[in-house]
Design a protein around this ligand. Sequence first.
Ligand code: NAD
Length: 333
Amino acid sequence: MHTVTLIPGDGIGPEITRAVQDIFTAAQVPVQWEEQNAGQTTFDQSGELIPQSLIDSLERTRVALKGPITTPVGKGFRSINVTLRQQFDLYQNVRPACTTEGIASRYSGVNLVLFRENTEGLYSGLEMFDEHHGIGDSIARVSVVGARKICRAAFAYAAKHGRKKVTLAHKANILKVAGKIMLDAAQEAAREFPQIQYEDKIIDNMCMQLVTKPEQFDVIVTTNLFGDILSDLCAGLVGGLGVVAGANIGDDMAIFEAVHGSAPDIAGKGIANPTALLRSALLMLEHLGEKEAMTRIENALNETLKHKEQCTGDLGGSASTQQFAQNVINNLK
Ligand code: NAD
């Protein structure tokens, strides 16, 4: 039995979390949940954004499933997601994007995995405002160690999962210092994994290539800001934010999360699509070594997605979140 910290989050978080829990219970997955919340709801109730009890739970379980958390724009508290990623050195943000039968997309044959560096770059938190001169700085810090770790992780993943190619997306032509560190780190990792093809592309060209011929990409590795943007672009290639999974992985801890936000516009209505969180939970099962349970639920999910009427409104159906979960349960073999 694996103990997993469960962070339901804000907005639609508790609704989609419940759906995933119901599916896991029905599939008799050997996981027990240790529920601990964080975010706006927790702050309103207890005055704490990230309670110590959550940190203690993460220290114990080393693995979590997390719903979306509301972060006020341009004011208030620092993103809890960013805080947790940095506190526990969850340096890999892993985002698979794959076209799936039943999920509408302009593309077919997309099957890629994006590795975004998750703790450095423009999101290092090195920001200052010089009021006297009216100048703001947000520093994109890239360390040699950090660049090596994320590039190596992308190649190691490619080798383990039978992937053929790794593409580094960068801007080393302009960012001669930070960009060059990534370029060097990727070349070093490529030498360590000679069986994996390696190429690099400048980020602007990468965006154009992704929207014109996404099927040419396999594993992509990049820095924090580029990865943040590219990962949502990749989600758009395969049906949008409601259907893609995400994982924040360190050397000895991992937090799996839906990549979409707390969707305040539909929160409490019982119509949110739980697919993204469920797919993140499936990545978690792979991480826990529960491959059989993962495949069984994945097959049931894919079967459900083939039938529009069994899906939620965003996928063209009319099922509620709970009905969708029940349909996945009914499709379990
Ligand atoms: P959002 O992803 O919450 O919503 C964008 C649109 O997609 C909305 O119309 C929403 O209804 C829809 N949507 C999102 N998830 C859905 C789902 N599962 N099923 C059906 N429809 C879905 O993005 P936003 O409105 O920009 O952000 C809202 C809040 O979420 C903000 O406070 C933001 O900071 C936060 N956020 C958190 C995370 C996270 O915790 N990982 C990620 C992104 C945004």
